[in-house]
Design a protein around this ligand. Structure first.
Ligand SMILES: [Zn+2]
Length: 265
């Protein structure tokens, strides 16, 4: 067998996928980012500001909505491809990314494992940056996702500069979430569907902790033994698929997610 024939018979994993499948993958990412944005608005986890992004495979770049578009109406075809310095590489003329792009660019630069980022001004997340002597604890079973910790980034201003994005990425470190003092939070995940599911559970967990505080009681967070027990039975991929299907279906029924968007799983 010639070298060429052997090469053709066993393409290596490092070979670029055919143009068509790459296009399909990007179309799916576009649909997922747009759907996740609309669904997070539907669930009151995103409002007039904040954004979802997804890393573009094989590029130092990510998909993100134009800053001016309402989060309730993000459309796949209007998403921009932006490099880690915030420059638009692809997009309709005149459309600009949100001002807080250094959040996304610097996290993707620092965390090769991260494929999707949410920045939101989630009210309950903010509340846990405003209470003296109280730290957000792991209350509900799904909160084991944040077992390694949830740092609080101390800069309360908008993250408009590269240096601010770098500082946020440093504070996030290897964790999956960081609170931003008096401002919001960032969540990071391996996919946009997983990011949406994490946002739902982050809010549920913060609400559970707040309910305990509002009842005037002392919180009883998950113990190390309980966390270990939960992790033994963790089926993240299955769980993400199930909840993504649930929320996409809910969004379709509400008329928020068109039937023909390739939202995948
Ligand atoms: Zn913000």
């Amino acid at each position: 067998m010639s070298h060429a024939a052997s090469h053709a018979a066993s393409p290596g994993a490092d070979h670029a996928p055919p143009a068509e499948s790459r296009e399909a993958a990007i179309a799916r990412l576009r649909a997922q980012v747009a759907a996740a944005s609309r669904l997070l608005v539907m669930e009151d986890l995103l409002d007039y500001s904040g954004h979802v992004s997804a890393r573009v495979p094989g590029m130092d770049a990510y998909l993100i909505q134009p800053g001016v578009d309402p989060r309730s109406d993000v459309a796949p075809e209007r998403l921009l491809i932006v490099d880690f310095d915030g420059h638009v590489l692809e997009g309709q003329p005149g459309l600009r990314p949100p001002v807080e792009t250094p959040i996304h660019g610097e996290i993707y630069r620092a965390r090769p494992d991260v494929r999707s980022v949410l920045h939101s001004h989630m009210e309950l997340a903010i509340a846990f940056t405003l209470m003296e002597g109280v730290s957000l604890s792991l209350m509900r079973a799904r909160a084991v996702r944040w077992e390694s910790g949830v740092p609080i980034h101390p800069d309360p201003s908008h993250i408009k500069l590269k240096t601010q994005g770098e500082a946020l990425a440093r504070d996030l470190g290897a964790h999956h979430a960081a609170l931003m003092r008096a401002h919001g939070l960032v969540l990071v995940a391996e996919s946009t569907p997983a990011l949406l599911v994490d946002a739902v559970h982050f809010d549920e967990n913060a609400r559970a902790h707040m309910q305990v505080l509002q009842a005037g009681k002392t919180a009883m967070p998950l113990t190390a033994a309980e966390i270990e027990q939960i992790n033994k039975h963790e089926m993240r991929e299955f769980h993400v698929g199930k909840l993504w299907a649930y929320y996409v279906n809910k969004g379709r029924k509400a008329g928020l997610v068109p039937q023909d968007w390739p939202t995948g799983g």
